[in-house]
Design a protein around this ligand. Structure first.
Ligand SMILES: [Zn+2]
Length: 427
């Protein structure tokens, strides 16, 4: 049991060390650096500095969150919070939900300093943010509020199952997880996302018809194509496909529509159409359900021993005691962090498939290349990050690799060793 926590701790230490190494300027041999298009103001050293400090912040924030959970789990705080909720309400599910709300509020407040520094101060320092501190804080509070409202009933359900079936709760919880995940993916695009951004049909009529024609060519002429007001938050460029059934949609940020030309937008949309036609959301859902089942099973096996060792001296030793929640979450986070490289590798594979599909659909690798370069330039993303970082935290292949893939596509098609910019002059 302890080995899992030690392994997780080692994982984070390795991650922190990798980030520190990445920021030190020492680099492993890398493929030749891409040269940006003339009209793309790509500052490689700025992008590298922003990306690499970002890796450090990513690991720091995870370690910080684990520290906050540990501060509650390994102190009398968990038992004290349980005592307070027992005095406040009588019914056990209400006590469990209230405990989850109290813990969640503590975590949201505790995680605010690193979130503020990495999400607001750092974004402003690099000229990426469009938000005032009030707007940023409002989004933070809304986001924490939504998470708490979803988490509290889930915790109440989980603890009801743990108390009712102490040995098989993990199986029942896994069975509940499938419809809950489906419901979330179905409702999130229409109920939660609009709390943060405004969604509307693509405004430019010419672009709208070009995108719909592309979707029709891909056999999904009825696809919902929307734009969102990302510029109300920051300058980053983004596009995504999300939802199932009636909530299924392809979304382009207004920032990407403003910065990319029509050919580049067609390629980006074709990539999202690939997710649409290849049912990648369902693959994600299936992985989530499988991962949750394994995770719940492991937790059910690990927790009794962990609770005897760490919970009993602090007044909670029974898995059905809601005071065990912080230790449950800490263990779940440690387990999840160990599977991160696997999940990231699966995601990168899916994203590569989407790129390959998009290259075939629009047959415009020069547009793909310039779109990737503009993404790198505006979002300050380094083209070729260190391999260890890619393995650990990149859900997409690095932009440098995606550009080289587009160039390879040209060579394969033309049977020529020339690069894409020579074969298809653009920009
Ligand atoms: Zn994608």
């Amino acid at each position: 049991m302890r080995r899992y926590l030690l392994a997780a701790g080692c994982g984070f230490l390795v991650g922190l060390a990798a980030a520190a190494w990445a920021g030190s300027g020492t680099r492993a041999p890398e493929p030749e650096e891409q040269q940006p298009e003339e009209d793309v103001e790509y500052d490689a050293s700025l992008a590298r500095r922003y990306s690499r400090t970002g890796y450090g912040w990513h690991f720091l924030r995870q370690a910080w969150l684990m520290g906050l959970l540990g501060a509650v789990a390994f102190s009398p705080l968990a038992a004290r919070l349980r005592g307070a909720v027992r005095q406040a309400v009588r019914s056990p599910p209400a006590q469990d939900g209230l405990f989850a709300l109290g813990l969640g509020a503590f975590l949201a407040v505790g995680a605010l300093p690193p979130a503020l520094l990495s999400g607001f101060v750092r974004s402003h320092a690099y000229g990426l943010s469009n938000q005032s501190i009030q707007q940023w804080l409002l989004d933070y509070v809304k986001s924490a509020g939504v998470e708490l409202l979803i988490a509290a009933p889930l915790v109440a359900l989980a603890w009801a199952l743990i108390r009712r079936s102490p040995n098989t709760w993990w199986l029942w919880m896994s069975l509940c997880w499938a419809p809950l995940s489906l419901g979330f993916v179905l409702l999130c695009p229409v109920l939660i996302d609009p709390l943060f951004n405004k969604f509307e049909p693509v405004r430019d009529p010419d672009l709208r018809s070009a995108l719909h024609a592309l979707a029709k060519r891909a056999g999904v002429g009825d696809a919902v194509l929307l734009q969102m007001d990302r510029s109300s938050q920051d300058k980053r460029l983004s596009a995504y496909m999300w939802g199932i059934a009636h909530s299924k949609r392809i979304v382009l940020s207004d920032t990407i529509i403003a910065r990319l030309n029509e050919g580049e937008l067609l390629f980006v949309t074709a990539h999202e159409i690939a997710h649409y036609v290849k049912h990648h959301v369902w693959i994600g859902l299936g992985s989530s359900i499988l991962g949750a089942t394994c995770g719940f099973g492991l937790l059910s096996w690990l927790m009794p021993g962990l609770l005897r060792r760490f919970g009993k001296p602090r007044g909670y030793a029974n898995p059905g005691d809601i005071a065990a929640l912080p230790l449950f979450l800490l263990t779940a986070l440690a387990l999840a962090s160990m599977t991160t490289p696997v999940a990231a590798a699966i995601s990168r594979q899916i994203e590569s498939q989407a790129d390959a599909y998009a290259l075939e659909l629009v047959s415009d690798p020069a547009a793909a290349r310039s779109a990737f370069l503009k993404l790198a330039a505006v979002n300050l993303t380094e083209l070729d990050p260190p391999r260890a970082i890619v393995c650990w935290m990149y859900s997409h292949p690095p932009l440098g690799a995606r550009i080289r893939r587009a160039e390879q596509y040209v060579r394969e098609r033309a049977g020529s060793p020339r690069g894409v910019s020579e074969a298809h002059p653009r920009n």
